[in-house]
Design a protein around this ligand. Structure first.
Ligand code: GDP
Length: 504
């Protein structure tokens, strides 16, 4: 079956970020409840952490990662899948640490964003003080010396939310125009691309993943491959209501069926009608590019290399950048550092949840660790370090990385000997006489046997003798007797190479 699609305007994908309790979940709930038909009789309900609405006859997709703590890492992954962020700031509290973390995430993902100043229905709300605290923290609003669009809302009463949706459409249009100018056009229809929000495994449905389609058209039956995951054929697709569907277009939330292994939240995926087409795309795609730098990706490490994820928190954005820069200078053989997450503020439980899930090392610079985070680190035995001085941080990290890097075993030949005579043989054990040609030969050492240059196999010297006395070593030019264990029967003229295994 072929589908023929007209080029269409891509609807925006929105992620809502901000400090805890500033009203992200309330806002997402309000928008969903007032703009979708899910509560009608015969009701369809939201099945996954994303939904779509219609506003001014245009579609808007919201990534709706639950408000719970544990999901803040996922919200961060959402930033990779979104076109636009809404930074929610409470008019009662102004900018708080996670507001700045969110800002850092937005900037890292180069997302355009809108500030929604929330809770303006509260008597203690102070719009002017909130704007001031935004400006003090480098968030310059439109009309106040900056370019960030903003609107005042109440997620509780709904005041200002329609204007917020207008603003989203406007900002999305502007962003799309900018994109056109940079000639970044959407991919061909045969290929779809997107991000994973979360994966689930159940006996009835197997491994499924909620995802956002970023470009192209996703079809049942297409081949799909994601970062750090196998390639497979899409068995079934569902929309965000849980309704089965054959196709999903750009910006749509989707549930994808047929995975062999669960993909990681935030992982990028591609799909294509044919497997070779998909493989070609995966090979040519820059999975280590800016949009993918959050996850350890198998595609960026070679076979002997291991990826070491790091989580870094610092007191200011400036010191965070300085730490990242210093860390960038560290180079350890066979290990690739990947900064999985970074932010401003104390080390929190969330940091250690993410560390647990990924095996990351956690680093704090000129900050403290929260008590609950410390307890969790202890419980999970997560390695972390707190530093005031950057060179101490580097020293510690180098030691930790050195301890963790994979060792490659390299065989070094420390000597060679020629077999002169085979005295006896029982099963794999052979008594031979020989002459050391080079270096030295030693007892209890691995050997390789060569016959006329060809490799006959490996074995071990079990005993070594010189003039009927047991010795540990025999040097160049000396004759010896040896008990050798190996499968092949040795013959005069064979060369024994004495190996030392060095772990590099
Ligand atoms: P989140 O942690 O950012 O997702 O915050 P929530 O959406 O859970 O909101 C935290 C608290 O603030 C809840 O008790 C909400 O009912 C309340 N809240 C959120 N938005 C508003 C608002 O606009 N006005 C008022 N009065 N309360 C709000």
């Amino acid at each position: 079956m072929r589908y023929n699609f007209q080029p269409m305007e891509k609807s925006p994908v929105i992620v809502v970020v901000g400090h805890i309790d500033h009203g992200k979940s309330t806002l997402l709930d309000y928008i969903r409840k007032t703009n979708t038909v899910e509560n009608e009789a015969g009701g369809i309900t939201q099945q996954i952490s994303a939904y779509e609405i219609n506003h001014q006859q245009k579609k808007i997709t919201f990534i709706d990662t639950p408000g719970h703590d544990a999901f803040s890492a996922m919200r961060e992954q959402g930033a990779r899948a979104a076109d636009l962020a809404i930074l929610v700031v409470s008019a009662e509290e102004g900018v708080k640490p996670q507001t700045l973390e969110a800002k850092a995430t937005i900037e890292k993902n180069q997302l355009p964003y809108i500030v929604a100043i929330n809770k303006i229905d509260q008597p203690t709300a102070n719009l002017e003080a909130t704007k001031k605290s935004l400006a003090e923290n480098g968030i310059y609003l439109e009309g106040l010396g900056g370019e960030v669009p903003f609107t005042a809302i109440s997620a509780k009463t709904g005041q200002g939310i329609s204007e917020l949706l207008d603003l989203i459409l406007l900002a999305a249009e502007m962003a799309a125009l900018k994109k056109e100018k940079t000639n970044e056009t959407d991919a061909a229809d045969w290929l779809a691309e997107g991000f994973i929000l979360e994966a689930q495994t159940s006996p009835q449905r197997g491994v499924t993943a909620a995802a956002i389609v970023r470009r192209g058209v996703l079809r049942r039956g297409d081949y799909l491959g994601a970062e750090n995951s196998d390639c497979f054929r899409i068995k079934k697709l569902e929309d965000w209501h849980g309704r089965e569907t054959e196709i999903l277009t750009a910006s749509s939330p989707a549930v994808i069926f047929g995975w062999k292994t669960a993909p990681a939240p935030g992982a990028r995926w591609y799909s294509a009608a044919a497997k070779d087409q998909l493989m070609k795309k995966i090979k040519s795609s820059d999975v280590s590019g800016p949009a993918a730098d959050k996850l350890p990706s198998a595609a960026t490490a070679n076979e002997n290399e291991k990826i070491m994820p790091l989580i870094i928190k610092a007191n200011t954005l400036g010191s965070l950048r300085a730490v990242e820069k210093e860390i960038g200078k560290i180079s350890v053989p066979n290990l690739k550092i990947q900064i999985l997450d970074s932010g401003i503020g104390a080390l929190t439980e969330n940091d250690f949840k993410l560390a647990r899930a990924t095996g990351a090392l956690v680093i704090g610079f000129q900050i403290k660790i929260e008590k609950a985070a410390e307890d969790l680190a202890l419980k999970n035995q997560t390695t972390y370090g707190l530093f005031e001085i950057i060179y101490k941080l580097n020293e510690w990290l180098e030691t930790e990385l050195e301890r963790r890097r994979p060792r490659i075993e390299v065989e070094i030949i420390i000597g060679s000997a020629k077999i002169i005579k085979l005295f006896s043989q029982t099963k794999n054990k052979q008594v031979v006489g020989g002459l050391v040609l080079d270096g030295k030969i030693s007892n209890r050492r691995a050997v390789r046997v060569r016959r006329r240059g060809a490799d006959l196999g490996a074995g071990e010297i079990l005993e070594l003798q010189q003039q009927q006395t047991a010795v540990k070593e025999v040097e160049k030019g000396k004759q010896f007797g040896a008990l050798v264990e190996m499968r092949h029967t040795l013959a005069p003229g064979d060369i024994l190479e004495i190996l030392e295994i060095e772990r590099k």
